[in-house]
Design a protein around this ligand. Structure first.
Ligand SMILES: Cc1cc2nc3c(=O)[nH]c(=O)nc-3n(C[C@H](O)[C@H](O)[C@H](O)COP(=O)(O)OP(=O)(O)OC[C@H]3O[C@@H](n4cnc5c(N)ncnc54)[C@H](O)[C@@H]3O)c2cc1C
Length: 285
């Protein structure tokens, strides 16, 4: 295995583009190193991106959005008061990842690129309308987060392509988001279902919403029917009932040791309802 520590993304891309075997990028390493030690993946080239300048930065953009470097850890996100105030749901998804030790390393980008349908930070990013900047041998492109994972363990990135940053849009006024997951234990477990809600209010009325579900399909789902159930409402009981039904209808989970299909379908509705209420309260605050 060859370990590389490039000083620029251009250098990293050149190494990746020239590599012919198994390549992995090292952000926090909390997936890669576990997989390596378990013998699940033995990279021929391990490209450490953490030393590239700017990868640890959280930057406010001129339009009010945020640019999050690919090596920013969960702990660093949680410590950023302004970002937490804007996007509490995005941050709380990431803060559910692992333990205090894992939080010191694990990143949003690694969580996304590992390609787990149960990745805790991904529903929040999808609901937020986050995008990734991808740089590769053929230039730079932007992709919505929901288009990055294509199936479990696989992303839309082409060989040699690297995510260089995650961008969150400007939050604006009267807006809130929230992420909830269900796990059989109180922590350190994989989501049986996850749900994120991001919404915007005009007075008491919901004027825009994005709702996503994790762990109920091969990739995180962005569910338009859930948004349609609450847009134009004051999130009254009838709207919440419709939202829960839409979330359950969209959920297409598998059964496994953490929960049978029917349970996951039911929990998707319960979490959507609860997360929407939290996001609504945050938007009103
Ligand atoms: C004890 C423990 C508990 C955990 N609990 C949870 C949990 O509760 N919820 C959860 O969702 N996850 C959990 N995880 C998994 C893991 O911590 C997260 O997925 C984490 O966010 C991965 O981030 P990382 O920076 O460590 O990724 P890394 O291990 O560095 O990389 C992960 C993948 O992303 C790719 N990658 C990294 N950076 C880039 C880039 N810039 N461009 C393209 N590809 C890139 C790598 O090639 C690799 O395939 C846990 C892990 C451990 C060890």
């Amino acid at each position: 295995m060859r370990y590389h520590a490039p000083a620029t993304f251009d250098e990293a891309i050149a190494i990746a583009a020239g590599a012919s075997g198994v390549t992995r990028y090292l952000a926090g390493g909390t997936d890669v190193l576990v997989q390596l030690r378990a013998g699940m993946v033995t990279p021929d080239d391990l490209i450490d991106l953490k030393k590239i300048p700017g990868t640890h930065d959280i930057t406010r953009l001129p339009d009010g959005g945020w640019r999050i470097g690919i090596a920013v850890s969960g702990a660093e996100l949680g410590a950023h008061a302004e970002l937490v105030a804007d996007w509490p749901g995005v941050v709380e998804g990431m803060e559910l990842v692992g333990s205090t030790q894992v939080q010191g390393r694990a990143t949003l980008t690694g969580n996304l690129c590992n390609g787990s349908p149960a990745a805790d930070s991904v529903p929040g990013l999808v609901a937020a309308g986050a995008t990734v900047t991808i740089q590769g041998p053929n230039g730079t492109r932007e992709l919505p987060v929901e288009q990055v994972p294509v199936k479990p363990g696989k992303t839309a990135l082409e060989p040699g392509e690297i995510i260089t940053a995650i961008t969150l849009p400007a939050r604006g006024k009267s807006a809130g988001d929230a992420y909830l997951r269900f796990i059989p234990r109180t922590e350190m477990d994989i989501a049986v279902v996850g749900c994120a809600v991001s919404l915007v209010l005009d007075g008491d009325k919901v004027t825009a919403a994005r709702i996503s579900l994790g762990a109920v399909a091969p990739t995180v789902l962005l569910v338009q029917d859930c948004a349609d159930a609450i847009i134009g409402t004051t999130l009254d009981d009838a709207a919440l009932d419709k939202l829960a039904a839409a979330a359950s209808a969209a959920a297409k989970p598998i059964s496994d040791k953490r929960g049978p299909k029917e349970f996951r379908v039911d929990v998707a509705g319960v979490l959507a309802r609860r997360a929407a209420k939290i996001a609504y309260e945050r938007a009103k605050a």
